[in-house]
Structures are given as C-alpha cells and as structure tokens.
Ligand binder design. Structure first.
Ligand code: HSE
Length: 336
C-alpha cells in the first residue's frame, strides 16, 4: 500500500516511526505492507516510489528541520504537486488545522479523492468546515475517508459510538473534548489563577500555537461538528455550533461550583442543539475527568449512558489512530 504523508510534525513523525517498528506485525496480522512514497512539510519534500527510508527521513527532519534534504539534491516539489502527480493508494493528512479556510489540508484531501485515493485525516479543519461535502466527494469517487484521530486522539471515541453501539440510537451526548482547557480548569480548581494556569499549560506544550483554538472553544467545536455528522447523521459545519470559551471563567466561579460538589468544564453537547460552553458538572459524574483527559458520555435509547475516557492528544496516541484507520481501509478495500 503506497502512502503520501502530508505534514511531518509530531504526529507525522510518530506515525512514520510506528510504521517502522510495527512493520512485521502489520504484515503478519493484517497482510499490510505500507510504503511511504512521498512526504512533505513546509520546507520541502521527499519522494521515492519504492518506499522512503524512515530513519533517514527522521534524521533529515532533525538535522535540517525539513524532509527536503532526504536525498543529496533538495526536493522542492510542493504538496499540491505531489498530491496531483504521485501514484499512491492512500493519502494521510496531518498538516495544521485551520478554521478560516481549512487550507492547505482541504485541497490535499479533495484532490486526492478525485484521483481515487483513500484518505485519512487527523487535520480537523477540512472536516469542521466541509464535512458533508467531503463525505459526498468520497462517495462519488468510491474512496474511503477515515478520521479517527480527529476526536479523542488515540481514544477510539468515533469507533465506539459508530460501531460498538451499532443498532442503537444515540439520542444525545456530552463531552470534554479539549485537553488543554480541561488542564487549565483543573489547575484553577486547585487554586491557580487563569493566567498562571494558562502559563503552566503553555510551558508543558499543551496549548495550540494559536491559543484561541483551545481557549475560545474552536477545537472542541470542530470535534463536535465531526461527531454530529458521523454519529448523529447531521449535516452541519462550524457556523452551526453555539460556542463560548473559557476566558471569562474566574476563581470565584470555580469556588462557587466546588461549594456545590461540582466543577466547571468546557462541555461540547449535542441534544436539541449543538453547543460548546463552560458548564458545572457534578464531581461524581464519570464525565468529570481532570488534567488533560478527554471524556464523552453517549446516551442511547435502550442501553443507557456510557462514558469513554482517555488521552485526547499526543503524537504517538494520534499516530495509533492513523494505523487503526489504515487497517480499516485495508480490510474494507479488500472486501470489494
Ligand atoms: N488542542 C487539542 C487539545 C489537541 O487540547 O485537546 C488535540 O486535538
């Protein structure tokens, strides 16, 4: 299986390493022989139709901050050129989420689908802004589109709701879908001011380069869009979400909630409407997780409410979700 990898940041590199370390097992258990034939980052590209050497790729990135010096001659093929010209079966999109126009990820995904490639995206931007039309494009071109890592990182939230609860009708759900704001609110519940809690989260590397994505609830809203489309069959995008972030929460609000055995959490909910906002949650509710954890409670018609909890971010965790999607694509595409 030939793969084009868009982006070679933390997640892209973790995925490449995972492919290398799991190669024998992937072949023995799933008959899967993945080959990275093209990789690009903001500095340049690396291409080899017979498969790139992953250790060499990682070294190039480490020494030159780009894969462009993978071979002696610098490769300046642009991402779009690679997606439009290189032969591959699967495209993996890991460039940064952008909620203004979803580019460049949106173009990578749409062009790859038009060329008949299956697509895996951990980039939330294109899904948040164009989920319904991307699903249509995938169906029209008879390709598979998977995005497990966009919600919950390595925690299989989408898979749980879609597959483990098959036959059920999910009527509503509530989730803590952003680890950074959960970490900040947890710190505040332990007595820190908002500014100190944000500073601590930044120092630990949790906060997105554009802090607004976390603090103003954009990241949580993007995940809510994905869940609403995939799990509830809605056809919605970012503007359909009512969104309030955590910037206005102060220590008095937190203390007041604690007095009622509750904690304030940034909750993404799907019930009568789609909302992201800070809410008081009882501390004994399974949803009330602390630190950077994510949690989501699905309520279904016959089987009650179930909560799934796990780490919602991280390079290796998200890379493991890409591998899951790749195995799924392998299984689905060989059925036909
Ligand atoms: N900024 C996100 C979070 C990263 O804090 O959960 C994972 O999507």
């Amino acid at each position: 299986m030939r793969i084009i990898l868009c982006g070679f940041g933390t997640v892209g590199q973790s995925f490449a390493k995972l492919l290398e370390s799991r190669s024998e097992d992937l072949y023995a258990r799933y008959g899967l022989k993945p080959r990275l034939v093209g990789v690009f980052d903001t500095g340049g590209s690396a291409i080899d139709s017979s498969g790139l050497n992953i250790s060499k790729l990682i070294d190039a990135k480490k020494n030159h901050n780009s894969v462009k010096k993978y071979s002696e001659t610098e490769n300046n093929t642009s991402g779009t050129e690679m997606v439009n010209e290189l032969e591959a079966e699967v495209l993996i999109e890991t460039t940064q989420s952008n909620y203004n126009d979803a580019e460049p990820g949106l173009t990578h995904i749409t062009n790859a689908m038009k060329r008949g490639m299956h697509v895996i995206s951990v980039n939330k931007g294109p899904l948040a802004l164009a989920f319904p039309s991307l699903m249509e494009l995938a169906n029209y071109n008879q390709v598979l589109f998977r995005f497990s890592g966009t919600v919950g990182g390595g925690t299989p939230i989408l898979d749980f709701a879609k597959n483990s609860l098959r036959g059920e009708r999910i009527v509503s759900f509530d989730g803590i879908l952003n680890g950074t704001t959960n970490y900040i609110l947890t710190n505040m519940a332990n007595g820190m001011s908002f500014d100190d809690a944000l500073g601590d989260a930044k120092q630990k590397g949790y906060v997105e380069a554009d802090e607004s994505l976390d603090l103003d609830g954009l990241d949580a809203a993007a995940k809510l869009v994905i869940l609403a489309n995939w799990i509830m069959g809605m056809k919605v995008t970012m503007p359909d979400i009512k969104r309030t972030g955590i910037r206005k929460i102060n220590n008095d609000d937190i203390k007041r909630a604690a007095g009622k055995n509750s904690a304030i959490k940034l909750i993404a909910s799907c019930d009568k409407e789609l909302v992201v906002e800070p809410k008081e949650i009882a501390t004994d509710d399974p949803l009330c997780v602390s630190g950077t954890l994510n949690a989501i409670s699905f309520t279904s018609e016959h089987s009650g409410t179930q909560t799934i909890i796990g780490r919602g971010a991280g390079g290796t965790e998200t890379a493991s979700s890409i591998l899951r999607d790749l195995i799924d694509i392998r299984n689905e595409s060989t059925k036909a």
